[in-house]
Design a protein. Sequence first.
Length: 265
Amino acid sequence: MRLTPLDGADLEKDLRRFCGRAFAVRTHLPCGAPVIAVQFESVAGPARLLLLLPLVAACSEAHVSLAGGPREYVPSDYDTVLARWTRNDHDITLSELDDMLTATATFESWDFRWAYVVRYSSDYRLTIEQRRELLQRTLADTQVKYEFYVALYGTKWRWDDLTKPTSAWIVRLIDEKGNETAPSRLEIIKPGVLEFHYFPYTTPYRHCFRVDFPRVSSDGKPTIAEDAKWFGLRFAGAQGNEELRWEIDSNGKRVALAAPHVSDE
């Protein structure tokens, strides 16, 4: 017997034959693994059930290291590094299977920035000196802030603009120890060629933002605790809340080197 994957429309049609009324949407587990979420009503009664049917084997999110230091990346490594530092989640209203908010975010860590500069330098044919200057400048930013590239999609376009007082959502940096930090900068951007190319989950139907958080709070404490096992972004509002989490590799040191070396090769 050969099994073939079904998309949401096929699954909904087939389930209606057996269940009477069914609704199906494609969504993701917190780790990013694609699933089809199916809610159906039995023809025999009012009971409602929700099924999550994986389209591929469920994944476990890779742990990340906040360590600094040199990397040996080549341009083709960028997609792998991007996936490592990107999280995606959906806030779904089960009663109607409305996708209230889809949030995707990339944490622009030391590790991510190194891979980005290598890829960007190759694409734009930068000289060795230009690449060195760009790398030093972008890595220096990691010493004073945590920066995320965020793309949001929801049911109401005007509610998803985090910069507006009327936004349905707020965003906070959180960690396993209970720290919660408001952004120091929240900027909506109009995506251009760089965003569409280097962050391919960017679409014209999403609001895109640069979101910065301080590394140290006003009381002098780290916003991500040194012994935290994870950190993340929390999107919260009257319609619900969701979290994007990055699990921290406990073996990864968090000391970033001040003077990165760039190979002349």
